[in-house]
Design a protein around this ligand. Structure first.
Ligand SMILES: NC(=O)c1ccc[n+]([C@@H]2O[C@H](COP(=O)([O-])OP(=O)(O)OC[C@H]3O[C@@H](n4cnc5c(N)ncnc54)[C@H](OP(=O)(O)O)[C@@H]3O)[C@@H](O)[C@H]2O)c1
Length: 254
């Protein structure tokens, strides 16, 4: 179960218009493979358009991955085009959103149903519905990776600070869904590696309002995070299947 194949592979990356997802697109396009970039505004993204203008094998798709109907349409159009996808990397995620008033909760009084629902729709339901729709496009008897960018704060055992109810819980539940997927795919996709990844604190719009207390040298550039995650993904083997791994390759307790 290794992701290195003899022929060029295709990767589908969600959250591809910003932050870690965009940096992964840039990283892999420089190397070997074709990339399908997915986000709500992928086709309008200046950064992605610039890569296409360089003639790189980049296919952009505008999809809201919290909408099951849009995921189904994505899957059926890829199927009709005869696409096979060897690696899927889900980078889309939400921590705060000015348009809805979502902010990480500091105390119980700030918890509300709308924030919980938005966080779970994006960070929990979308990754498993993505797998539900796109797994049939992955080769059954060749190496593949389904990785989702989770977060260390989703670790229940590692939760000593509290706060951030919606984000923490939505990532913890994402991890459980990915672990469950890993168990099922062991039989059905014996060469598929399912991973939950923690990128480390990375300088992106998602972390920007919360960077004040990040110790010196601990805030990664998106390019550095992408290199570190790509290294894990490209070297993943059967020993990594079903793991929750940090950027440095170390296990994070569930
Ligand atoms: N940055 C960090 O320090 C850090 C730390 C730990 C974990 N993470 C995790 O890493 C992942 C990537 O975060 P980031 O920091 O790179 O965030 P980011 O810069 O805010 O990027 C988020 C991406 O998700 C896309 N997106 C948002 N809602 C979407 C939807 N409904 N459908 C499809 N795409 C959607 C956005 O594009 P559109 O607006 O075009 O849809 C954007 O490309 C997230 O899962 C986050 O939880 C980040």
């Amino acid at each position: 179960m290794t992701s290195s194949t003899a022929h060029p592979i295709t990767r589908l990356i969600t959250g591809a218009s910003s932050g870690i997802g965009l940096a992964l697109v840039q990283h892999w396009l420089k190397k070997d493979a074709a990339v399908i970039a997915v986000s709500r505004h992928a086709c309008d993204s200046a950064a992605l358009t610039a890569l296409q203008q360089q003639g790189l094998p980049l296919d952009c798709r505008d999809v809201d991955i919290t909408d099951p109907a849009q995921l189904e349409t994505l899957a059926s159009s890829l199927r009709e085009e005869g696409q096979s996808i060897e690696q899927i990397i889900n980078c889309a995620g939400v921590l705060h959103d000015q348009t809805t008033g979502l902010t990480p909760e500091k105390r119980l009084e700030e918890v509300n149903l709308q924030n919980l629902q938005q966080s779970f729709a994006m960070n929990t339901f979308a990754p498993i519905l993505l797998a539900r729709q796109l797994l049939p496009l992955m080769p059954r008897r060749q190496p593949g990776v389904f990785a989702s960018v989770s977060a260390r704060v989703g670790s229940i055992e590692d939760n000593h600070l509290g706060g951030w109810y919606s984000y923490r819980a939505s990532k913890a539940a994402q991890n459980q869904l990915l672990r469950t997927l890993a168990i099922e795919t062991r039989r059905r996709y014996p060469q598929l590696c399912v991973l939950s990844l923690h990128p480390g604190t990375t300088d992106t719009p998602l972390s920007e309002p919360f960077q004040r207390n990040v110790p010196e040298g601990k805030l990664f550039s998106p390019a550095r995070s992408a290199r570190q995650l790509a290294d894990i993904i490209d070297n993943a083997d059967e020993n990594d299947h079903g793991r929750f791994i940090a950027w440095d390759g170390r296990d994070i307790p569930w």
